[in-house]
Structures are given as C-alpha cells and as structure tokens.
Design a protein around this ligand. Sequence first.
Ligand code: FES
Ligand code: FES
Length: 159
Amino acid sequence: MTRISMTVDGSTYSDEVEPRTLLVHYLRQQVGRTGTVVGCDTSNCGACTVLLDGRSVKSCTVLAVQADGHEVTTVEGLATDGRLHPVQQAFHECHALQCGYCTPGMIMASIDLLGSNPHPSEREIREGLEGNLCRCTGYHNIVKAVQTAAAAASEGAAS
Ligand code: FES
Ligand code: FES
C-alpha cells in the first residue's frame, strides 16, 4: 500500500491505496465521489473525466498514485453556494442529456475545452469532445449547451 494525499473538490484527502488503484476507483470508493462514473473498460467513453490540475483527464487512465500531491475537480465540486457552474446550467437549460450517464464527463471535458478556447466553433466543440461518447447520441444539444455556456461567459465578461 502507498499513502497518497490530494485535494478533491477543495478538500484534502490522505489515504492508503494499492499502487494499481485507478484514480476513478479511488474517487468513487474511497472519497465517495460517485458522480464520476465508469462507462467502459477500454478508455473510450470519457464518462470518468475529471479535472487534474485544471485539465481534463479520463480518470480510468490515471493511477491514484499519479494524482498524489495534485488537485482533482469532479462534477460534484463545480457548484458553489448552491448555484450550478455555468456549464452545468447550460446543460440543464439546453436539455443536453438523456439518460445522463455521459453528462459528468461531458461537463468536465467542456469546461476544459472552454478554458482553452472560450469561443469555439461548432466543429471545434465536436472535435474537443471527441473523447466523450454519448450512448443516447444526444450530441446536438450537448453542442448547443457548450455554445450557450460560451455565450453566457462572453456576456458576463462584457457586462
Ligand atoms: S470509463 Fe474512463 S473512458 Fe470509459
Ligand atoms: S445522455 Fe445517455 S449516454 Fe449521454
């Protein structure tokens, strides 16, 4: 076992883990962040996406020990004072989900995308989210949600 310590959604956690423990399993089973989900066994779906030091990663492809000393943000750490994160709000308003299973990963990947490209074209959104699969094929409204979040951020910056 190895002792690791990391910040998850603003709180510090220190735990013993097996070196082979995947970050997604650590987050779900030891930290209790079950909003981060596992959708495949092949690193394809992106449902497990979290932010590691602000950049999106598939947490099923990262070992928990690799996150030692780093900062992790999950979908459960986005809302502040009971208010949804603007990207969460846009997903809600645009009904960018059906079963919702891909939604946590889609939101985290969208936040990273908008962080590096605040005004993405539709094509850039589709390319930016190509690592995230929606089995319900709800891509149209997901793209709309990202566009809505981008527009809301521009309006907020202008006002
Ligand atoms: S569970 Fe991580 S990519 Fe599918
Ligand atoms: S909403 Fe069902 S997998 Fe995307």
